[in-house]
Design a protein around this ligand. Structure first.
Ligand code: SAH
Length: 193
């Protein structure tokens, strides 16, 4: 596999990710935040995620991680590309369904509504599922042991450490409505978990 193809797919995926989020992010930020649970852990996780997002660009535009290059095959590259496209599609669907209730951190907005339809009907964290799938795609597409998993590792950490506090926040706000939603939905994978 030619490295430049992996670099092109990685850069295109990253641009798509930012482009998908931009309009939704802007619209959400226009709704005032009513309650914020953004503590030091949240700040640390967001900084790590940002570093993980940028690190592969260092691989694209320099030879900084040359010592960590690995070989790839068309099959691995193809599977990674499918994960990236699938993750991006799911990311787009999640943003559309969550609307202005989205926030980059643990926040509740004015007039916050519990979304339980669309991609939220069967799983409570479709956006995290999308980002994890996208990250897996990057790990497979980018033939470098540092740059490949650079985004996935903080995403896994963010999911593992945030999902509990996020569900507690939603339960405190929506009470029985959220409990009922939990009984008919899974966290990440429909019918599984
Ligand atoms: N965990 C969700 C949303 C990620 S964005 C997902 O993976 O799809 C994080 C913000 O979304 C949280 O701060 C919370 O305010 C909001 N949120 C999470 N689940 C929600 C839901 N079902 N309805 C409305 N807002 C939700």
């Amino acid at each position: 596999m030619e490295t430049w193809i992996a670099k092109a797919v990685f850069v295109a995926g990253s641009i798509a990710l930012v482009a998908i989020r931009a309009p939704h992010g802007q619209r959400s930020r226009s709704v005032p935040t009513e309650q914020s649970y953004k503590g030091p852990l949240e700040i640390a996780l967001l900084i790590l995620a940002m570093i993980g997002f940028v690190l592969p660009f260092v691989w694209v535009f320099s030879s900084a991680f040359a010592c960590a290059e690995r070989t790839s095959t068309p099959l691995v590259f193809g599977m990674g590309s499918v994960c990236i496209v699938g993750g991006l599609w799911w990311f787009h669907r999640s943003h559309v369904d969550l609307g202005t209730n989205w926030s980059i951190t643990l926040e509740l907005r004015a007039g916050h509504r519990l979304v339980t339809e669309g991609v939220y009907s069967r799983v409570r964290h479709p956006m995290y599922a999308a980002l994890l799938l996208y990250s897996l795609g990057n790990a497979l597409v980018v033939p470098n042991w540092i740059a490949g998993p650079a985004y996935g590792v903080p995403m896994l950490l963010l999911f593992a450490l945030r999902v509990g506090p996020e569900e507690a926040m939603m339960r405190a706000r929506f009470g029985a409505e959220y409990d009922a939603y939990c009984t008919r939905s899974k966290r990440l994978v429909p019918h599984v978990w």
